[in-house]
Ligand binder design. Structure first.
Ligand code: FE
Length: 338
């Protein structure tokens, strides 16, 4: 927070001077904190001369901050993870509609909305303990609620956006009632009360505390790339499944961003968003968190990700995920998935 204060002062004393509308800066509110991002931003400055002031924070805190700053917010671009969070910002009217041929051409239609854009994708996959579970029994999300997995399922809280987004996709594909039945079946299969994040579930599956779980792919890739021998050993015990390959495809979520309505530097903001869709930036952006680029021509040499193989992703528009989130939460509450 302290890093912003001098900047706010500058704005407050000079923003009435028209000459400064051209100042070459971009204020980026980012929930990303990866080392590769340094290179990502430095490259933008090299290409455009625009200096990036970065305010980093937790996803929900940044959103809250932008809301509280209101019309005086210095934020130009907001970057975060999860479609539901981006849609939440959108529903609050924080994003400006961005018209850009570059973004429309490079980002697939199901990975953008009129107001915000996905720049990388992650998949939510099933992981299982190879010694304890037959992979044939866990080929689909639906299987996690089946009687064969009684007492074997570990999963993080049903209130977490990752699970809510998965729930949103299931509502779309299976309907509300089937999704509720699924959630009840899942809860009935719990090996333990939900706790921890995805990495904790992976470790619990490796340790045999549970037989199966669900995890975002970048957590798996991170452990696969870990230099700690115990992490590598744990990963040897785990199998990864792309769920629902014969039906609607594996649920994917995104990280992405948009330009704020109150952005003081709108030209720079659009340029920056377009830059993020360039092949070079895509590689940095996606690789920083072991994710996949959204732009087809972008290449990432990430051996851990590649070792997971290829899969059919759910082609559902990411905007739909967000629309069903509130209902997903109600369903999970009713089913007792805390
Ligand atoms: Fe995460």
């Amino acid at each position: 927070m302290s890093s912003l204060r001098p900047f706010l002062l500058v704005i407050a004393t000079t923003c009435t001077l028209p000459a400064l509308a051209q100042e070459n800066v971009l204020n980026l509110y980012s929930a990303r904190h990866y080392q590769t991002d340094e290179a990502l931003y430095a490259n933008f400055t090299k290409l455009t001369g625009t200096i990036i002031n970065r305010i980093e924070g937790k996803e929900d805190e940044l959103l809250e901050r932008i809301k509280n700053e209101g019309a005086n917010s210095p934020a130009d671009v907001f970057i975060t993870v999860d479609a539901a969070r981006l849609a939440q910002a959108d529903a609050l009217g924080l994003f400006e509609h961005v018209k850009s041929r570059v973004l429309d051409e490079r980002i697939p239609a199901n990975l953008r909305s009129p107001d915000w854009f996905a720049f990388s994708t992650r998949a939510r996959v099933i992981i299982y303990n190879k010694a304890a579970v037959n992979p044939a029994d866990v080929q689909n999300y639906e299987d996690l609620a089946g009687p064969k997995l009684k007492g074997k399922v570990c999963v993080r809280s049903g209130a977490h956006p990752y699970n809510l987004s998965l729930g949103s996709a299931l509502i779309h594909h299976l309907g509300e009632q089937k999704t509720e039945e699924w959630a009840r079946g899942l809860v009935a299969n719990f090996a333990r009360t939900p706790k921890g994040g995805d990495t904790d579930q992976i470790r619990a599956v490796a340790a045999g505390e549970c037989g199966v779980s669900i995890s975002n792919t970048y957590y798996i890739a991170r452990l696969l790339r870990s230099e700690k021998p115990e992490d590598r050993k744990a990963m040897e015990k785990i199998g990864v499944i792309w769920p629902n390959q014969k039906t609607f495809g594996t649920h994917i979520n995104i990280s992405g961003g948009g330009m704020l309505k109150t952005a003081p530097h709108k030209d720079a903001a659009v340029k920056f968003l377009e830059y993020l869709a360039s092949d070079e930036a895509q590689a940095y952006f996606a690789n920083g968190n072991n994710e996949w680029p959204v732009v087809k021509s972008a290449k990432v040499g990430n051996a851990a990700l590649e070792s997971l193989g290829t899969f059919k992703p759910d082609s559902l528009n990411v905007g739909i995920l967000a629309k069903n989130t509130a209902l997903a939460q109600k369903i999970f509450d009713r089913a007792g998935w805390r």
